[in-house]
Ligand binder design. Structure first.
Ligand code: UFG
Length: 332
């Protein structure tokens, strides 16, 4: 029996593959390298000393997705593959709906044809829209503000519907908060092409002096210092959450939903200070206007994941900043 990891060469996917292999799981990776590089696969092998099968396949290519299921005995899918840039999704909604929704529908059709009844899905805290209160619990109202977020919410509903006619089907929806950091080896991490959209990759580009200074998007939010507050979580903690979710999925059916966050909120300026002191590098910044679509505050109540999965984030913000920098300083 193998676990198929779609998008296994990506940022969260690659770290999850490391944890799965370290735990002795047999995995098969599927990726089309749309936002990742082939050398990640050898890095996963180097870190773990383990091997796995890899398929360069796009989920929209049904014949080749079928080939993966025909050639392997897949009992669970951990599904990361999908486009994830908020701004790009506003510019290219059709591309996002087609890739993320149709790709997942094809995956589910093939799973059904091959009797694979378990899927762990990469969702996002973005499905909570602009929460009325924090910390956010799993039963909070859901809404979205951009096509990327809408694909996540639609897929949560589509996958949940699959459990209605098939009582053996098992869907685990993992709502990630803000993953940062990298594997301690410095071999795998996040290094987006072009100018980064997200805070930590941007700070890292300023740290290597590729970018002059950080734009802090707004300092007039109702937060402790006026800048936006988020729940940053070390990607290795997040990856370990997938392993716990897999173990739980093997003994349940139906839909389960979990927040994967630390429960701590840090502002943009908190992160700048934490990065500066963890790595002894100055990060110049200027206050810029608010970014459209941003919310003031977003952090998790991770109680359910602790109680049901036995999972809790362990790494602190200093470690996240150190590991992000360790990776970028070795890979630029
Ligand atoms: N920020 C800056 N300057 C930057 C980049 C970000 O000040 O150059 C601020 C943002 O305004 C926000 C915070 O840093 O207050 C975090 O921004 P990110 O872009 O890193 O992350 P977001 O919380 O906006 O988005 C993340 C994921 C999305 C997901 C969303 C909600 O990247 O995929 O969380 O879950 F949809």
């Amino acid at each position: 029996m193998s676990v198929l990891v779609t998008g296994g060469a990506g940022f969260i996917g690659s770290h999850t593959c490391v944890e799965l292999l370290n735990a002795g799981e047999d995995i098969v990776i599927l990726d089309n390298f749309s936002n990742s590089k082939p050398d990640v696969l050898d890095k996963i092998r180097t870190i773990t000393g383990k091997d796995f099968k890899f398929y360069e396949v796009d989920l929209l290519d049904k014949d080749n997705v079928e080939k993966v299921f025909k050639e392997n005995d897949i009992d669970t899918v951990i599904h990361f593959a999908g486009f994830k840039a908020v701004g790009e999704s506003v510019e290219k909604p059709l591309m996002y709906y087609h890739n993320n929704i149709t790709g997942t529908l094809i995956l589910c059709e093939v799973m059904k044809a091959y009797g694979c009844k378990r899927i762990v899905f990469s969702s996002s805290a973005t499905v909570y829209g602009s929460p009325k209160t924090v910390p956010i619990k799993e039963d909070f109202p859901l809404s979205t503000t951009n096509p990327y977020g809408t694909t996540k919410l639609m897929l949560e509903r589509i996958l949940s519907d699959l459990c209605v006619p098939d009582k053996d089907f098992c869907v685990t929806l993992l709502r990630y908060f803000n993953p940062i950091g990298a594997h301690e080896s410095g071999l795998i991490g996040e290094n987006p092409n072009g100018i980064p959209n997200n805070l930590m990759p941007y700070i890292c580009q300023v740290a290597i002096r590729k970018l002059d200074c950080l734009n802090v998007f707004g300092n007039d939010y109702p937060t402790h210092d006026g800048t936006g507050v988020r729940d940053y979580i070390h990607v290795v903690d997040l990856a370990k959450g997938h392993l716990k979710a897999l173990f739980n999925a093997r003994k349940t059916t139906g839909v389960s939903v979990f927040n994967l966050g630390t429960g701590n909120g840090y502002s943009v300026l908190d992160i700048v200070k934490a990065f500066e002191s963890a790595n002894n590098i100055k990060i110049p910044y200027v206050i810029a206007p608010r970014r459209a679509g941003d919310i003031a505050e977003c952090y998790a109540d991770p109680t359910k994941a602790r109680e049901v999965l036995g999972w809790k984030a362990e790494f602190d913000i200093e470690r996240m900043c150190k590991d992000s920098w360790n990776y970028i300083s070795k890979n630029n």
